[in-house]
Design a binder for this molecule. Structure first.
Ligand code: ADP
Ligand code: MG
Length: 295
């Protein structure tokens, strides 16, 4: 499998490169999103690609865009790649990584939903007994399932910065109470349905992050990526036990490796041994297989 670390499309204007995605302008109404094989962990991008990862992320997102369509409109269009990238060789290099999407106005919030107590949620809870201002029962353990999934938004950070957890009221101040409420409701609903589906396929979705955008009429759309191993914590259900930090589905090998060499989690990220790259690529493929039944 060929890897794509960075795309360089000749005919389209590059608007920017995120940690993982290269974004091109198609016209005023559309973008081309190229999901590369870049890997980021601890908000730092690694120097080597994970072959096929971008294709997995694209196909998994498309799968969920399809399933959530009855709940909320999304960024997908049926504009074929051929019409935007006419060069067959360039298209071949992109593989399944590129899609033409509606160009929407992203909301300045990361819509995080947590079903389990882990990560920054666990840290918040230990300090304050609540997460993002939402009080939780006493005595919960690390990785415990929450009585109800909770909406714990964060602000989108500038490049190189970490996102900051905020209260629902802070989101309401920023984008308006009505829109904030709509984002909360639909995020919780998508999470509930997806988590139930994934559990039936042996994956716990511990938490996830959605992004939303508005069209010209102010209609809310689901954008970016949806319920992928990058935007979510996936745990293998058969290894789940409260009290211990469950192995993450996809990045565990990378995390364990960088711990073992004592990396300080600040840029630059270290080179990864080939074996870690191979096993990580296989984990992404396994997540796709389990969730979608394909590849
Ligand atoms: N349909 C869309 N319309 C406008 N912007 C979008 C759309 N989908 C995704 N984006 C933006 O494109 C970027 C995706 O690149 P990514 O590599 O995921 O960035 P990041 O490093 O911020 O996670 C994000 O800033 C996201 O908000
Ligand atoms: Mg992103």
């Amino acid at each position: 499998m060929t890897a794509l670390y960075q795309s360089d499309l000749s005919d389209l204007e590059l608007l920017g490169r995120g940690k993982v995605r290269d974004i091109y302008a198609v016209d005023d109404e559309h973008l081309l999103i190229v999901t590369t094989d870049r890997l980021s962990a601890f908000d730092v991008v690694f120097p080597q690609p994970i072959p096929g990862k971008g294709e997995v992320l694209t196909r998994v997102s498309n799968f969920w865009f399809g399933r959530t369509e009855p709940l909320i409109p999304n960024q997908l269009t049926d504009i074929p790649l051929e019409s935007v990238v006419p060069d067959a060789e360039e298209r071949r290099r992109l593989g399944d990584r590129a899609i033409v999407v509606k160009r929407l106005q992203p909301l300045p919030v990361e819509a995080i939903v947590r079903g389990y107590l882990i990560g920054s949620g666990w840290k918040d809870y230990q300090k304050s007994g609540s997460v993002c201002g939402i009080p939780l029962p006493r005595g919960l353990q690390l990785a415990d399932r929450l009585p109800e999934p909770i909406f714990t938004p964060s602000t989108k950070a500038e490049q190189g910065e970490h996102d900051v957890n905020v209260t629902f009221d802070a989101v309401a101040d920023r984008i308006g109470a009505g829109l904030a409420e709509q984002v909360r409701q639909v995020s919780l609903r998508i999470y509930r349905e997806a988590a139930e589906y994934a559990l039936g396929r042996g994956i716990i979705i511990a938490d996830t992050k959605f992004e939303f955008g508005l069209d010209r009429e102010g209609r809310l759309h689901l954008i970016d990526e949806v319920l992928t191993p990058d935007s979510s914590r996936f745990w293998p259900a058969d290894q789940y036990r409260p009290g211990i930090s469950p192995p993450s589905f996809d990045k565990q090998f990378v995390r364990d490796y960088v711990e073992s060499i004592g990396w300080n989690k600040r840029p630059p990220a270290p080179e990864l041994p080939q074996e870690i790259i191979d096993r990580t690529a296989e984990k992404y493929r396994e997540a796709e297989r389990r969730l979608t039944g394909n590849h």
